[in-house]
Write a protein that binds this ligand. Structure first.
Ligand code: MHF
Ligand code: KIV
Ligand code: MG
Length: 283
């Protein structure tokens, strides 16, 4: 099955027609290939890779190089899918110059279609600078995992009127700065609906309810392979972790018992060559 890669216009049309966009994270070639074959609208090479691939307890340690390597692999697996590069912590905080250069790296080295960065009012100028550079920016407001230090943990946002106002103001700032779309994370659905209704650009949710223009999930969560924690908003569509463990156990058992490899997993010597070899070794 070959499909045409979506553009920002397609994504905008989907919002305008009320058609949901579905995306997930991917960090490797194989997963990206399967997602493209399944018809995924977009793929995010999330800095969540720090937690689900590298085992850090947050996203703060993730580097630009790590993100580039994984994004290159995902692009090779999904050449016809809209790919979002996730700007790691520290690659856009120190100034526009840095931010624009790192956004350019994602495009030149990893072939992304857009980049995403976290924050609202405080990153509006940065979004504007990258947009002025001719690149597409997706905003990310609500729970912003790179600032869990400031937020006091991975906590849902917008649960009080004051906090909801702050999330809405962040969303407005991201839009006014020129972002082409916005991700809202871990916010009550009523607040997300206000944002999706008021902003003309597509508004997507992770843990922020159904009343918006699409959803994203972490691939390791929907497959049921990530065990360290499960956010409330995750739906596990399978328990592949248990399946994987069963495979590993069976493999161990069969090798120990001498049952694997069987004849069909081995190579045959060319006719007559083994006899020749035995003769050579006795001469
Ligand atoms: N595997 C994975 N899934 C994710 O959704 C995810 C990551 N990793 N890494 C980056 C961030 C971190 N995220 C998280 C992590 C934990 C909670 C969580 O456990 N929240 C609690 C409530 C905590 C509170 O409000 O105090 C919950 O019950 O949802 C939420 C989002 C979302 N992102
Ligand atoms: C929370 C999600 C969508 C994200 O930014 C990531 O996977 O890094
Ligand atoms: Mg991220």
């Amino acid at each position: 099955m070959s499909k045409k890669k979506l553009s920002r216009i397609d994504l905008q049309n989907m919002k305008d027609k009320g058609e949901k966009a579905v995306w997930m994270t991917a960090y490797d070639f194989t997963t990206a290939q399967l997602a493209e074959q399944a018809g995924m609208d977009m793929l995010l090479v999330g800095d969540s890779l720090g937690m689900v691939v590298y085992g850090y307890n947050g996203t703060v340690p993730v580097t630009m190089d790590q993100s580039i390597y994984h994004t290159e692999a995902v692009r090779r697996g999904a050449p016809n899918t809209f790919i979002i590069g996730d700007m790691p912590f520290g690659t856009y905080q120190a100034g526009w110059d840095d931010a624009v250069k790192n956004a350019v790296r994602f495009h030149k080295e990893a072939g992304v279609d857009c980049i995403k960065l976290e924050g609202g009012v405080r990153v509006a100028d940065t979004i504007e600078a990258i947009t002025d550079g001719g690149m597409l920016v997706m905003g990310h407001v609500g729970l912003t995992p790179q600032s869990t230090g400031a937020l006091g943990g991975f906590k849902a946002q917008g649960r009080t009127a004051d906090s909801a106002m702050a999330v809405i103001e962040d969303a407005m700032a991201v839009y006014e700065a020129g972002a082409f779309s916005l991700l809202v994370e871990a916010v009550p659905p009523e607040v997300t609906k206000i944002i999706a209704d008021e902003l003309p650009i597509p508004v997507y949710s992770i843990g922020a309810g159904v009343d918006c223009d699409g959803q994203v999930m972490i691939v390791s969560d929907i497959l049921g392979v990530f065990q360290a924690f499960t956010p409330k908003f995750v739906k596990k569509y399978a328990n592949l972790g248990a399946e994987m463990q069963k495979v590993f156990e069976t493999y161990i058992k069969e090798v120990k018992a001498g049952e694997f490899p069987a004849a069909e997993h081995t190579y045959k010597m060319v006719q007559g060559e083994f006899e020749k070899l035995q003769k050579m070794r006795t001469e």
